[in-house]
Structures are given as structure tokens and as C-alpha cells.
Design a protein around this ligand. Structure first.
Ligand code: NAD
Ligand code: ZN
Length: 689
């Protein structure tokens, strides 16, 4: 794999990847609510590994490649320290990578070409790993993997899983060792998962994204009787601490575990070449959709245990095993309806309602069809059989219409808004169809209010979507200014179901806290077309107060110098200037604006820059910084009025170099640019502070 980026870029990307992966690990392992698909997650991990291989000196102390799962947070369940660490598995995605794995094993063990390397191959169940400790054949402790070292105590919970015996068969009679930890996967069968979700939905409880999350959420319950009501299963795939190893191979060990009464995969086989392994992978792949449970790959393990012992572990995974993953999954289903949603800017978005189907481990019931053109491109009509795919994204997509040739009438995209019946049209050259109802359209008004209080805008805590809709329907919220008049309705709100004195007070306090809002957030919150959060900040930096901005926008619409003035701002082009002019040309918008500014007083927008030795200078950071991230250093430079640049040129004033700085240092020397180290930089920052 060729990596064509500079060292600085690599360091930056590694930092970003470490953060992203840590976040997704937390969401997935600790909170059971992933935001991205496994394929997308795997792509991040791969990229990280590639960069680390190309720039080994940039490997971070918090590198994700050395971490298993996620640390157990303050859990209501007890913690268990594993006697033998619970590991992860490395991944292979192609046949070549499987061959390379076998070759690596051979090389490591210095085996001759002629020596046969037997491997086991079995399905990789998508559940969560669990370690079951049996002493004298009796189950004494069950624990989740956690971060591999410390997991959660789920002994009481697994007591309700029928696949997990409290006592091993033949204990005391045959060869059950005095101490034996069985490791395997707690999972939920697909049918049980769908039935559980139906029950949860009917009861108004949380529905789970996929069987894995359902299994994890069901097992890790403080109240074990909740676990009891969930249909969990278990399959063993290995072992941990043991007083004795009663067989010489992986395969025979698994047979013993099965004899002791713990289920193992019926698809476990022995292979004697990479070709056989890959063939088994294909066979399992063909059965995948029909298996009662979700799998995400096939696991290969060196069969001989003495070889496993010699191979040992690297970072977080064994050298003797690997997971051969399946590619993103596709599924077929029926398009049952096409609904139209109206957004903040009046855009009509078609949403496909589907016969529920599992794709890549997630039940999909809705899919965005994007716009009129997309429906046309796929020739979609209600009743069509379609192919869905989830890959590289949590958002499923329609990739094919299987019945487009059936002679049926094509779908007519609405020419009126389903919410306010105003005409809906596409402007010339635009694909989006928009409702022309503007502020008479309730859908647009609600969406605008939601946007106004959203995280990147005013960020009013406790004023969520449900509340906005509730108050809007009561006629209490028409425009943003009404939010600040809600306090007059305190007693009305308290009288409503779901509201208590305390929750109303909290909401009103959160609103009051935004009486002096950040001007850029307020501007962004108004939802003027093409004015995003960054553009809003750029505009406010230049105009400082909202009235100044408005005057400039109005003046620009009339032509003249004001336009050039606006255009001189970085990130502001003719499209933004026009959108601002249009916004302030509309009398209704002026009324909303003035009403709002009678309720709130944003302080003048001033970005603090400190006076410093480096104000106005251009600085390049290179090499590894020890005490701060590259991003932090850049932020410091900006706060000191300097500009942080990515590459060294004649315009560079100063280079801050850490260990490992390469070509940039040479360039700086060639150009006669000052070079300082991180400590000297820290001193500049300190003396300016
Ligand atoms: N979507 C996300 O945001 C997100 C975030 C983190 C992790 N993930 C997923 O989890 C994976 C990483 O998690 P991981 O560290 O648990 O690795 P892993 O799931 O790729 O592999 C290791 C685990 O596989 C399980 N396993 C199942 N069948 C097995 C078998 N037959 N033999 C041995 N082990 C078997 C074991 O529990 C083992 O701990 C990623 O590849 C990704 O698929 C997704
Ligand atoms: Zn409308």
C-alpha cells in the first residue's frame, strides 16, 4: 500500500484516527449503540494500521492498535480481573491476506514448505465475548471482556442462559480440569432479535439496532431478571485460564467442551491449506443468510496447541488466529410506501418505507430516496422489490430495483407540499423540489425552530424535538423569540402531562442562560441559506454586531462597495452575499429578527487575540510534539495572532520542530528560517499569556 502523505499529515491523521476509534469503541463496546457500521469502523482501523506501518516513529502512546474493547466504566455490575487476558483478533479481508497469514505462521515457526499447517475454521458469531469460569466443574464466575484485563461480572445474568450449564457434564468423572474457563460468544438469534424488538416497540421501550447490541444490552443488566426475559444463547470458541490442557489441538479441545455440555459451532472444521480455508469461508458465506444467527466472518486458528504457544500474541491479538471478514451485506425487500418529509428550507425529501429486513446486522425499515431524480434513476414505484446495501456507512442505500421492468405506472413526485398544500417546485438547475409556502408551512416552521435550538446554534438544553412540536401545536411557539417568552407560560406548562415543577424550571433556566447568546451561533441559528456555522463566525468576526451585518447585507443588495467588503471575507462568496441580501429583503424576516433581538442581546463578537512576539507571523509545526497535540499548538498560534501553515515556504517566519522532523527542517535551513523546539515554543506561549 502506497502512502503518499507527508509526515505532518500522517501525524495529524493518526491523532484524528485515535480519537475517532476511541469514540466508536466507547459507543460500541461500552454503550451498545454504534453510530457507524462495522465495515466503516474496520476501514478506520485499517487506515490507522497502514499509517503506523509507514511511519512507525509516529505510533502514539494511545494507539488504537494496542487496545481491546473498551474499559469498563462505573458499572453497576461488579468488576472481574481476568486471570488470562481476553484478546481480540486481527482481520483479513481478502484471500491473499489469508494466504499471507498462513505464510506468516510458517515463517514464524520456521517450518519447511512441505510441512502441513492444519488450521481450524469456524463461523465468527457477532455477539459479545464472555468468559465462564468452572471450578471442579461448577460455574463460579462469568465475566464480559471489558478492555481485556477487567470485565464486568455477569454471573447472575448468565444463570438465565440455558446454553450455559451451571455444572459441566461428566465433572468429577472424566477429564474436566479442576479450573477451566470456557470462552465464547453470548448472542441472540435473528428471529429472537426481531421478536424482541417487536415487543420492545409495542411496550414503548428501546429497540435495538442489531442482534449484537441486543445481546450486549440484555446481558449487562443490573437486574438479572431482565436478562432472564431475553432469549440469549451461547457458543464456545475457546478457553482462558485452565489448570490442565486435556487435548493437544484446538479441534479436540472444542470437542471436549462440547462433550462437557457447552455448545460449539456446528460449522467448525479442520483445514490443511489456505485453499481449503478459503473454500470453507465461501461455503459459510453461502449459508450466512440462512443461519439462525448473525455472523461477520470466519475465524481460522492454528490447530496444534504447542504451535499456538510458540506463536503467542502481538499487541492485542494472537499470532495463531485471524478473522476473515465478510464484505458489506446486501438484502432484498419490498418498497411499501414513499413518504415525503418537508425540511427546514422547504425541501421535499422522499423516504422509502420498507418491509423490515436485516442488512449487515441492522433492521432497516426506512431508507432515504434523496430526491426526485434518484427515484427516477432507479425507476422506483411502490411495490417494487429492491436491493439494499449497508457499506461504509450506517445509512442504508437502495442500489438496485429488481422489478423496474414490470409494466406499472411510474411514481409521481408531488407538486404540492404534503404539509401545507402550497405549490412545490424545483428551481432551475436544482434537483431539490421545495415547498413555496415559506412561513405558512408548519413543517418548515417546526424545522426552523429545531434548528435554532440545536447544538451548533443556541444549544438550549432540554428543548428537544418533542417539546418543540408540542409547544408549536399549542400555538406557544411561532418564531424563535417566543422561546424567550415561554416563562410567561410557566403555569400552563406545569399543568401538562409529563412536566413537573422541576423539569419546567430547568427548561426555563436553560432558556434564560441564553439571553446573551453568542452572536455567531444566533446568526447560524436563523438558518439563512448558505450561512453555516463557520461562515457565521467569519461574518461576525468582520462585523462584530448583528445590526452591522444586517446593514452591510442590505447595502450590498443595493450594490456598491458593501458587496466588495463582504466578498473580501474569507469563505464568503457571491452565493452567501445574495442569500444574506434576500433574507433581509423579506419584511417577515426583518420582523422575526427584530422581535428576537428585543428578547436577546448578544454581546459584540470579539475573538480574543493576545499581543505576542509572533503576532502576524506564519508558523510551521513539524515532527512530534511531546506535551501537546499538533491541533493544540495550532490553536495556540492562532490565539497569539499567528497563522499556522502546513508547509515551509519563503513566507514562513518560524518553524517549531519536534523529534522526527524531516524534510521541513532541511527546507527551513535552506531558506534560513528560524527553527525552535517545543520548549521554546511553550515559553513564547507562556510569556504572551
Ligand atoms: N461499528 C462500530 O462503531 C464498532 C466499534 C468498535 C468495534 N466494532 C466491531 O467490533 C470489531 C472489533 O471488536 P473486537 O475487538 O471484539 O474484535 P472482533 O469482533 O473483530 O474479533 C474478536 C472477537 O471475536 C469473537 N469471536 C466470535 N467468534 C469467534 C470465534 N469463532 N473464535 C474466536 N473469537 C470469536 C470473540 O469474542 C473475540 O473477542 C470491529 O472489527 C468491528 O466489527 C464496531
Ligand atoms: Zn409546505
Amino acid at each position: 500500500m502506497m502512502i503518499e502523505i507527508t509526515e505532518a499529515e500522517a501525524a495529524n491523521e493518526l491523532m484524528r484516527l485515535a480519537r475517532q476509534i476511541a469514540k466508536h469503541n466507547r459507543l460500541y463496546h461500552a454503550e451498545d449503540s454504534p453510530e457507524i457500521s462495522d465495515a466503516e469502523y474496520d476501514a478506520l482501523v485499517r487506515r490507522n494500521a497502514e499509517l503506523e506501518a509507514a511511519f512507525p516513529h509516529l505510533i502514539r502512546p494511545d494507539s488504537p492498535s494496542a487496545q481491546v474493547g473498551h474499559e469498563v466504566a462505573a458499572s453497576p455490575l461488579g468488576k472481574v480481573t481476568h486471570e488470562v487476558r481476553m484478546m481480540s483478533l486481527d482481520n483479513a479481508f481478502t484471500d491473499e491476506e489469508v494466504e499471507e497469514f498462513v505464510a506468516r505462521v510458517r515463517r514464524f515457526l520456521a517450518l519447511p514448505e512441505s510441512a502441513e499447517v492444519v488450521m481450524t475454521a469456524e463461523d465468527k458469531i457477532d455477539g459479545l465475548s464472555c468468559s465462564l469460569r468452572y471450578e471442579n466443574g461448577r460455574l463460579v464466575r462469568a465475566a464480559t471482556r471489558g478492555d481485556g484485563q477487567v470485565g464486568e461480572d455477569v454471573t447472575a445474568n448468565v444463570a438465565h442462559i440455558a446454553d450455559i450449564p451451571q455444572e459441566l457434564k461428566g465433572a468429577g468423572l472424566f477429564d474436566v480440569p479442576a479450573v477451566f474457563e470456557i470462552r465464547g460468544e453470548v448472542y441472540m438469534a435473528k428471529a429472537d432479535f426481531l421478536a424482541l424488538n417487536t415487543r420492545q416497540a409495542e411496550a414503548g421501550d428501546k429497540v435495538f439496532a442489531n442482534p449484537r447490541n441486543a445481546a450486549a444490552g440484555s446481558l449487562r443488566q443490573k437486574d438479572a431478571s431482565v436478562t432472564a426475559a431475553r432469549p440469549l444463547r451461547f457458543l464456545a470458541h475457546g478457553w482462558g485460564a485452565t489448570s490442565e490442557v486435556p487435548a493437544p489441538t484446538q479441534f479436540e479441545m472444542m470437542r471436549k467442551i462440547a462433550q462437557w455440555g457447552v455448545p460449539v459451532s456446528p460449522l467448525l472444521v479442520r483445514c490443511s491449506s489456505a485453499a481449503e480455508m478459503v473454500a470453507h469461508y465461501r461455503t459459510i458465506g453461502q449459508q450466512r443468510a440462512d443461519l439462525p444467527y448473525d455472523i461477520d466472518g470466519v475465524v481460522y486458528k492454528v490447530d496444534r496447541l504447542d504451535w499456538q504457544e510458540r506463536l503467542g500474541f502481538v499487541a492485542k491479538a494472537p499470532r495463531w488466529g485471524i478473522a476473515h471478514k465478510f464484505p458489506a451485506e446486501k438484502a432484498e425487500t419490498t418498497l411499501e410506501a414513499i413518504d415525503i418529509q418537508v425540511g427546514r428550507t422547504g425541501k421535499l425529501t422522499p423516504v422509502g418505507r420498507l418491509k423490515p429486513v436485516l442488512v449487515g446486522g441492522v433492521t432497516v425499515t426506512n431508507v432515504t430516496l434523496h430526491n426526485r431524480d434518484e427515484i427516477g434513476r432507479l425507476g422506483l414505484r411502490v411495490g417494487d422489490r429492491i436491493v439494499l446495501q449497508r457499506a461504509g456507512d450506517v445509512i442504508p442505500q437502495v442500489v438496485e430495483n429488481l422489478t423496474r421492468d414490470e409494466p406499472r405506472e411510474s411514481y409521481h413526485f408531488p407538486d404540492h407540499c404534503p404539509e401545507c398544500q402550497s405549490e412545490a417546485v424545483a428551481e432551475e438547475g436544482e434537483v431539490d423540489v421545495r415547498c413555496t409556502g415559506g412561513l405558512i408551512c408548519p413543517a418548515q416552521r417546526v424545522e426552523r425552530l429545531k434548528h435554532f435550538v440545536s447544538r451548533a446554534a443556541l444549544d438550549i438544553e432540554g428543548l428537544g424535538e418533542k417539546t418543540i412540536i408540542e409547544f408549536f401545536q399549542l400555538g406557544w411557539l411561532e418564531s424563535p423569540a417566543d422561546i424567550f417568552r415561554l416563562r410567561k407560560r410557566r403555569s400552563d406548562i406545569v399543568g401538562r402531562e409529563g412536566w413537573k415543577d422541576k423539569s419546567v424550571d430547568n427548561l426555563l433556566a436553560a432558556i434564560e442562560a441564553k439571553r446573551q447568546p453568542d452572536a455567531a451561533r444566533l446568526l447560524f441559528g436563523l438558518g439563512i441559506r448558505h450561512v453555516g456555522a463557520v461562515t457565521a463566525r467569519d461574518l461576525m468576526k468582520r462585523f462584530v454586531t448583528l445590526p452591522h451585518l444586517r446593514d452591510a447585507a442590505i447595502a450590498a443588495r443595493e450594490g456598491g462597495d458593501a458587496t466588495a467588503d463582504l466578498l473580501s471575507i474569507e469563505g464568503v462568496g457571491p452565493v452567501v452575499v445574495e442569500a444574506l441580501g434576500d433574507f433581509f429583503h423579506e419584511p417577515h424576516n426583518i420582523a422575526v429578527w427584530e422581535d428576537l433581538l428585543s428578547e436577546v442581546t448578544p454581546p459584540p463578537y470579539v475573538v480574543e487575540t493576545k499581543d505576542s512576539a509572533v503576532a502576524g507571523k506564519t508558523i510551521v509545526f513539524t515532527g512530534k510534539l511531546e506535551t501537546m497535540s499538533r491541533d493544540e499548538a495550532k490553536a495556540q498560534a492562532e490565539a497569539l495572532g499567528a497563522r499556522a501553515a502546513g508547509s515551509v515556504s519563503a513566507k514562513t517566519d518560524l518553524v517549531v520542530a519536534g523529534p522526527g522532523a524531516g524534510s521541513k527542517l532541511k527546507q527551513a535551513a535552506a531558506l534560513g528560517i528560524d527553527v525552535i523546539d517545543e520548549a521554546a515554543w511553550a515559553e513564547i506561549v507562556r510569556s504572551a499569556g
